[in-house]
Design a protein around this ligand. Structure first.
Ligand SMILES: C[S@@+](CC[C@H](N)C(=O)[O-])C[C@H]1O[C@@H](n2cnc3c(N)ncnc32)[C@H](O)[C@@H]1O
Length: 535
């Protein structure tokens, strides 16, 4: 239900959960790492900071300590292993939480454990390696996952040291075996001897190469940091003078939990309904609201599919496509070419009904088409009453131009992409993607955009969007496709990106396309180009 990383509060602290595990992680902005407040003992009472993260010994003998692992850490480990085998954390975690009946604050704690350990292992692995006095590749990968969970408790959450060590050793005994537990105990104790700043001073390279430094400090593959540097410069969001600071802010924000933003699908729900249910109106999106805490599923409009969890950047893009003036005979035909799982289609469907337009929502995989159908259910139910059609289809978007030339008046190409603008949401994404993906995706993105243009009627408008700022997926795709054609022109997309008070959203850079940024707008790194079909 939620796109959030979770987090939350816990009154008792028996198993060492932090009071507020959403903030203060190693990926947080500089100076905020320990901003969440003082350390607490196992009963949750405040205690003084230690100078260098010194040891706090348990009163128990090692053989007596942590014989049983708690269900949350065991669940976190189970998800970690599934992710190592190719699963997606955001899909696997809810299943495991459900199976183990882990809810509320315990679910938030488990979520933070998994997301933090997966996301931050680019930093934790060098620390584990130093603490273990051996290369990470020489440690069994199951044991590495246990240690990543332990390192995150010590360095990224404010779990009391004795609880983090004892519970991680107990977990190791259960899942890695008694021999490994002794090793885990030794490594965890070594890690606990220093605080995060001392470890950063130890493992972050100091040779002056900012890319290498940021890659370790903020746990990103180096190629991603380089690509983000090029993107900031290429989209005009940084200059030669500001790039180091801007890049640092961007990679730091990739490790901040995304706020839980909701969309009120127009005509089905409203921002004021969401506000009445505890959300706060978004200043950025006219149809958005922010949930300050709690489960979005507790909100009636969300449960009924009239509202949903959706990034504000995604909302702005769909609204922009709907806002461009188009001269066409009613009813306008709208097309979402790559609709799965249906987030933007959900908003477009509501807007189409209000505008008296029909919508075709297409997706290439059956499974994701079914997700689109579920998302659109409330709009589908209303379409008949409005005398309108919402058609959900499975098909390859590359053939729409050939099969239905000139049929549509507004077309969204929310292209499959690397997702480098949404790293906050997918903890494993940065480690899965490789530069080689860009070649495959680039060819597909170009074909989909060309097909969309062919499928658009003269005077109609095409929105090309990605949740990546990578230049190869954004500017270069639009440039390559449009320069081969004389039937399309680039519109100034900035004109149509309006905040909740109707003002043009401030987007850095001087071009006609829009690039949103997590560190500037608090949204995913969404790209938008708007094209007019001229003939
Ligand atoms: C970035 S996602 C779209 C997200 C969606 N617009 C939303 O807001 O929920 C891209 C989608 O394109 C689909 N896709 C990939 N290749 C496609 C193709 N050839 N034709 C149509 N859809 C395709 C993927 O399966 C994926 O669901």
């Amino acid at each position: 239900m939620s796109e959030s990383d979770g987090g939350g509060r816990r009154d008792d602290n028996r198993s060492g959960r932090p009071d507020d595990n959403r903030r203060g992680g190693p990926g947080g902005r500089d100076g905020e790492r320990r901003a969440a407040g003082p350390r607490r003992n196992a009963q949750g009472r405040q205690r003084p900071e230690r100078a260098h993260g010194g040891r706090e010994r348990s009163a128990q003998k090692p053989s007596e300590r942590g014989r049983t692992s708690d269900p949350q850490r065991l669940a976190a480990y189970t998800v970690m292993r599934a992710v190592a085998d190719g699963a997606y954390a955001n899909l696997e975690l809810p299943k495991v939480l459900r199976d183990k009946d882990i809810r509320g604050r315990d679910a938030a704690f488990t979520t933070e454990l998994v997301y933090g350990a997966v996301r931050m292992h680019g930093l934790y692995d060098p620390i584990i390696s130093v603490a273990a006095a051996r290369p990470i590749a020489k440690i069994d990968e199951n044991v590495v996952d246990t240690l990543r969970l332990g390192a995150h408790q010590l360095l990224g959450m404010r779990v009391p040291t004795h609880a983090a060590v004892d519970e991680t050793v107990a977990l190791a005994r259960k899942v890695n075996g008694a021999g490994a537990a002794g090793f885990v105990n030794a490594v965890m104790r070594r890690i606990s001897e220093r605080d995060l700043d001392a470890w950063l001073a130890e493992v972050v390279p100091t040779n002056g190469d900012l890319t290498a430094r940021l890659a370790v400090e903020h746990s990103h593959p180096e190629w991603v940091v380089k690509a983000l540097r090029a993107a900031l410069l290429g989209h005009g969001a940084a200059t030669a003078e500001t790039i180091d600071d801007d890049l640092s802010s961007l990679v730091a924000s990739d490790n901040d939990p995304a706020k839980v933003s909701l969309v009120a699908r127009p005509g089905l729900s409203s921002v004021s309904e969401l506000v009445d249910d505890g959300a706060e109106a978004s200043w950025l999106s006219p149809v958005g609201a922010i949930l300050p805490g709690g489960d979005p599923g507790a909100i009636r409009a969300v449960r009924e599919g009239r509202a949903a969890v959706q990034d504000e950047g995604s909302q702005l893009l769909a609204l922009a496509l709907a806002a461009v003036p188009v001269e066409a005979e009613a009813p306008e035909q709208w097309l979402d070419l790559c609709a799965g799982p249906g987030g933007k289609a959900g908003l477009l469907a509501a807007l189409a009904l209000q505008a008296g337009a029909d919508l075709t929502a297409n997706e290439v995989t059956e499974h994701r088409t079914e997700l689109v159908r579920q998302t659109l259910r409330p709009a589908l139910l209303q379409a008949g009453a409005h005398g309108r059609t919402i058609d959900v289809r499975t098909g390859d978007g590359r053939f729409y131009g050939e099969d239905e030339p000139g049929r549509y008046h507004r077309v969204l190409v929310d292209a499959p992409c690397t997702g480098l603008g949404a790293l906050r949401r997918r903890p494993e994404a940065r480690w899965r993607r490789t530069p080689a993906d860009l070649a495959d995706l680039g060819a597909l993105q170009r074909e989909l955009l060309a097909s969309a243009i062919d499928a658009t009627a003269p005077g109609g408008v095409i929105a090309y969007a990605t949740c990546s700022p990578h230049l190869a997926e954004t500017q270069f795709v639009v440039r390559d496709v449009t320069r081969k054609r004389d039937d399309v022109e680039l519109l100034d997309a900035r004109e149509y990106l309006r905040d909740a008070s109707g003002e043009v959203v401030d987007v850095p850079g001087g071009g006609k396309t829009v690039q949103l940024w997590p560190h500037l707008h608090g949204t995913d790194g969404m790209f938008l180009a708007l094209l007019r079909k001229t003939r």
